[in-house]
Design a protein around this ligand. Structure first.
Ligand SMILES: NC(=O)C1=CN([C@@H]2O[C@H](COP(=O)(O)OP(=O)(O)OC[C@H]3O[C@@H](n4cnc5c(N)ncnc54)[C@H](O)[C@@H]3O)[C@@H](O)[C@H]2O)C=CC1
Ligand SMILES: CCCCCC(=O)/C=C/C=C\C/C=C\C/C=C\CCCC(=O)O
Length: 270
């Protein structure tokens, strides 16, 4: 799928991975709506992107993804600005085992909210033109990161929810693909949490295990993860796909198939 003339909405776009996803989308010809709760970083990024891609290529919309009203308004303003939405990336995330309810709210509840809003705008049965959603989980969505059990749970939640919605989209012919990105440790601000007793809370004593995992796994550059993101956006054969990005390269994750062909079974009435 070519990105020329396409419009994307990215949450948590002001820095780190969201900024990387934004840049790769712009480089391939898309326009991007940048959503972030950090207004100063968002405004600064917008200024630098104006220089590289032109002021008409992006809009920055201050938005806390935990607010239903703010996220709805950001979708509305994206449509108002660019006239269409084709790509949605639910990327905003935090790691804070002390503020664990907020972690669930941002990392999982807001991904559900962003996915439902994306479907409302893009699915064919609501008059949309189809599209693609990429939800950002983590390798911690596939196995445990010991010092961060709630973070780990939210990322497993993102994987499970996205795979389920991808199947729904296929069966109900929404015309929207839903994929999941699972990066390993990547060089962004969130990595500093590994050392921070305030964010690991009662599990601070386990931080050496996470640090050892990081040393063994290595640290990805944002651009390596952005290439994986681009694959999930552009490869029209991918729906319900979970792409793991590690220093060893990229790999699509396979899951055990517990019930074979459930939806294709003639005994299942849809
Ligand atoms: N850096 C890493 O090692 C990995 C990161 N991830 C995931 O990638 C995603 C992006 O994280 P990074 O770029 O690494 O971290 P980061 O901390 O650099 O960026 C996160 C962005 O999300 C924004 N944000 C936080 N709460 C928000 C809210 N309530 N509403 C709107 N925006 C909000 C922040 O302002 C920030 O711009 C997260 O979901 C994270 O869990 C996944 C695997 C590895
Ligand atoms: C503490 C900093 C966290 C930074 C953000 C993040 O999500 C990093 C995750 C990196 C690694 C995930 C850790 C554990 C995953 C464990 C097992 C995965 C198994 C995958 C497989 O090969 O089957």
């Amino acid at each position: 799928m070519s990105l020329k003339g396409k419009v994307a909405l990215v949450t948590g776009a002001a820095q780190g991975l969201g900024k990387g996803f934004t840049r790769i989308l712009l480089t391939h010809g898309a326009k991007v709506s940048l959503l972030d709760v950090n207004e100063a970083a968002g405004a600064e990024l917008k200024r630098s992107l104006d220089g590289d891609f032109g002021a008409d290529s992006t809009v920055f919309l201050p938005c806390d993804v935990t607010s239903d009203a703010q996220l709805k308004d950001a979708f509305r303003r994206t449509l108002e600005t660019f006239g269409r939405i084709d790509i949605v990336c639910n990327n905003a995330g935090i790691l804070d085992e002390n503020a664990w309810e907020r972690t669930v709210s941002i990392n999982l509840c807001a991904v559900v909210r962003g996915t439902y809003l994306a479907l409302q705008h893009m699915k064919k049965e609501s008059g949309g033109q189809g599209g693609v959603i990429v939800n950002v989980a983590s390798v911690a969505g596939l196995g445990p990161l010991l010092s961060t059990p709630v973070y780990t749970a939210t990322k497993h939640g993102v994987v499970g929810f996205s795979r389920a919605i991808a199947e729904v989209s296929k069966v109900c012919d929404y015309g929207v693909r839903v994929n999941v990105l699972c990066p390993s440790f990547t060089n962004t601000a969130i990595l500093s949490n590994i050392e921070d007793d305030r964010t690991t809370g009662q599990f601070a004593r386990l931080k050496d295990i996470s640090k050892k995992m990081l040393q063994d796994a290595g640290v990805l550059d944002v651009s390596e993860v952005a290439e994986g993101f681009l694959q999930l956006v552009t490869d029209e054969g991918k729906n319900g796909s979970v792409l793991m990005v590690t220093k060893a390269g990229t790999a699509y994750v396979t899951f055990p198939q517990v019930v074979k062909d459930l939806v294709a079974s003639p005994s299942v009435v849809l």
